[in-house]
Structure formats: structure tokens, C-alpha cells
Write a protein that binds this ligand. Structure first.
Ligand code: SF4
Length: 381
């Protein structure tokens, strides 16, 4: 299949160094009017130009702290740019250098499907008994759905606290779109395996019996991240034979057997922090996206760091954004033209913010409680 770039033809065939110089010049011209956000999974040629790097929520929150920036250029995927627009109340111009950069996990949960499943669950279980929780990797309309229905949002770093909150206030949790994150976290929270139920939204009865739904404590959507889903437990066993001292550090989007056989589990920020603080000479087997692991390997040459498994787990959607896209986006802004704007409807912003604010309250409350009890707040496992 031929790759068709989603930027104007005039940007094709320009030598890389020239593109880099033009990006720097456009950035300089825009000065504090623009802030470039770079997600950890971006390719190096793009990542190097980011003013702020991090995971999606951190990036959106940091961008909100730049009052002079009229433009937020989000080097990431579509739902992340939507989150930046929500956090900034739709008041800034948020752009996505490659408008086609999406997320298959977010795509697996369409608004109409989630609402249909929700109605069915309520008809079987009853109203006000289920807490809808969405992973932040979803479209804005689903964040709003959770806000409207008493639920909230979680990230990969606060998912355990959010699920705990869900069970304090409701009988059951409906978790979407990532089944792996939902399952790994529910197990850590202490929900027995036979009370965690995976449903198939494509089937009218969700592919399960009414009795199963009534018994379940956690109902999982059957979505997943195709990148993290590829990690295999056999590769952990092989690596441990080769190096018995190796420590296995995984992102919670990995499948259950990989999570169960890891030493530590946490968000991308947690993975970076753990490796950064590890002593020289320590060995690490890391299960997350290849661009991030590659940067850790380069930066910490005094530590033995390896990507888990033989297949290259690369997010092809994150990889879509090239220096040409960034150059086109910035040069357009420098000329006063906004290209590839991502904008969320006012009503959706309102309810999404309610869900987000609920999440912040839960996280802060838990952090305070954990400080008092001396518990760690960053690692999931
Ligand atoms: S790494 Fe997975 S969850 Fe993240 S954007 Fe890519 S496909 Fe989506």
C-alpha cells in the first residue's frame, strides 16, 4: 500500500535538515503564542521540538498554564487534542499536525454503542447502581457521557483510585474502552476473577446471560490498545532465564498474564521515573511503546534496558506525525491560518469537565489519604 501523506504536496521531498530549520524559524516567529506538546510515543524527529513532553493529561494541563499561548499544537492523536480543547474550555486553537492520527482503542467505543450497552445494563441491573468509568483514551463524547451519568474518567496512573471510588458509591463498575486496564486494575483492587465480565457490544444481549450481568462487579468493554496487546508472557519467562535479576516494568494496558508476571506496573510517567531513579547496572525489561523505550535506552546507557518481546510494539498512529506535518502546521499558524483545528462542542466540554473535575477530586482526596498512611501514590503495582 502506498503511503499518502496528509500535508500539502509542496512539503514533499524537502531535505530533513531544511524542514528542521523551517520548524525552528516558524516557532521563533510565533514565540509565546504557540506551545508544542509532544506525547512520549512520538518519533524523535518530532519529539525534539516539543516545549512540553508527557502523557496526554499532563500535556493538556500544562498547556492550560500558558496564558499567552493562543495555539496548542498537539503532537499526538485525536482524542488527546480533544482533551486539550476541553481543559482549555475551547478558548485556544488546538491543532493536530496530522489530522488522520487516531487511536484504534478510542475508535472501538463509539458513542451510540456505549449508550446502547448502558441502556441494556440499566434495564437488567437497575438505574443508579452502575458507575461508568472511561479511560481517558476515548472520544470527548464519552467523557461527557460519564459526566452526565454520575461517573468519571481515569488515567493509567490513577485508575486504581478511581475504581476504588466507583465501588464506594455504586454496586458495579462499567469500564471502557480498555479491557486490559479495567481487568488489571479490578484484580489489584481485589475483585475476584469470576466477578469481572467481558461483554461484546456487537451482540444485542452483549454475549452474556442476565445472571452473569447480575453477578458481575465489573463489566468490561471489549476494546484494547493494539500496541500493548502484543506483549506476551512467554517473553518475560525467556528474559528471566537469561537474566534472573531483570525487573519487569509494564504499562497497565498490557494483557493480564503479562501484568500478573511483572514486577512493577504504572503509567508512562511512572515508567520513566522508575528507570531514571534506578541504580547504574540494574536491568529492566520494559513493556510499552517502542519510541519511549528507545529513548530510555539511549539516555541511560549505564543501565541495561530492553523492550519486552521480539515484535516491535510501535503505535503506527502516533508515528503518523512527521516533521513535514509539524512544519506545515506551524508555518500556517505563523501566517495566521489555522489548519487541522480540533474543537469540541460546548455541551460536550461542559459534561466532560464535570467528569474530569470529579477525577481530580478523587485523585487529590486519595493522595491526601495516602500521604497520611505513608502509601505510595505512583505505582499501580
Ligand atoms: S499506543 Fe495504543 S492507546 Fe495509545 S494512541 Fe496508540 S493505539 Fe491508542
Amino acid at each position: 500500500m502506498q503511503f499518502v501523506p496528509s500535508y500539502p504536496d509542496k512539503y514533499q521531498g524537502i531535505p530533513e535538515q531544511e524542514i528542521f530549520e523551517r520548524i525552528k524559524a516558524a516557532k521563533q516567529k510565533l514565540a509565546s503564542k504557540v506551545v508544542i506538546l509532544g506525547h512520549h510515543y512520538q518519533r524523535d524527529e518530532v519529539f525534539q521540538f516539543a516545549d512540553i513532553t508527557g502523557d496526554s493529561l499532563k500535556l493538556s494541563m500544562e498547556a492550560a498554564k500558558r496564558p499567552n499561548a493562543d495555539y496548542i499544537v498537539f503532537c499526538g492523536v485525536h482524542f488527546m487534542a480533544e482533551t486539550a480543547d476541553i481543559v482549555n474550555d475551547g478558548k485556544k486553537f488546538v491543532t493536530l499536525p496530522d489530522a488522520t492520527a487516531g487511536c484504534p482503542m478510542a475508535d472501538s467505543a463509539k458513542d451510540k454503542d456505549v449508550r446502547r450497552v448502558w441502556s441494556y445494563l440499566q434495564s437488567v441491573i437497575g438505574e443508579f447502581k452502575i458507575c461508568p468509568i472511561t479511560y481517558i483514551n476515548c472520544y470527548a463524547s464519552l467523557k461527557a457521557f460519564c459526566g452526565e451519568n454520575g461517573g468519571t474518567i481515569c488515567t493509567s496512573s490513577n485508575a486504581l483510585k478511581v475504581v476504588e471510588w466507583g465501588f464506594k458509591n455504586f454496586d458495579k463498575v462499567f469500564f471502557f474502552p480498555d479491557q486490559h486496564l479495567g481487568r488489571n486494575i479490578s484484580k489489584l483492587y481485589g475483585i475476584p476473577k469470576d466477578e469481572i465480565l467481558l461483554v461484546n457490544y456487537r451482540k444485542p444481549d452483549l454475549g452474556v446471560t442476565v445472571e452473569q450481568l447480575r453477578k458481575a462487579k465489573v463489566i468490561l468493554w471489549n476494546g484494547m490498545c493494539p500496541v500493548h496487546d502484543r506483549f506476551m508472557v512467554e517473553d518475560i519467562f525467556a528474559a528471566r532465564i537469561e537474566d534472573p535479576l531483570i525487573q519487569v516494568l509494564v504499562h497497565p494496558e498490557v494483557p493480564e498474564p503479562v501484568a500478573d508476571n511483572s514486577d512493577l506496573m504504572g503509567s508512562t510517567e511512572f515508567i520513566i521515573k522508575t528507570v531514571t531513579e534506578a541504580p547504574a547496572g540494574s536491568s529492566w525489561l520494559v513493556a510499552t511503546e517502542v519510541h519511549l523505550v528507545g529513548r530510555l535506552i539511549k539516555k541511560f546507557s549505564d543501565k541495561k534496558i530492553k523492550l519486552l518481546g521480539k515484535p516491535i510494539c510501535m503505535c503506527s498512529q502516533m508515528d503518523r506525525t512527521t516533521p513535514e506535518h509539524l512544519c506545515w502546521n506551524l508555518e500556517s499558524l505563523a501566517e495566521g491560518k489555522v489548519v487541522n483545528r480540533v474543537s469540541v462542542e460546548t455541551g460536550i466540554i461542559k459534561w466532560s469537565k464535570i467528569a474530569l473535575e470529579r477525577m481530580f477530586e478523587i485523585t487529590l482526596l486519595n493522595d491526601e489519604a495516602n500521604k497520611l498512611s505513608g502509601k505510595s501514590t505512583s505505582a499501580i503495582k
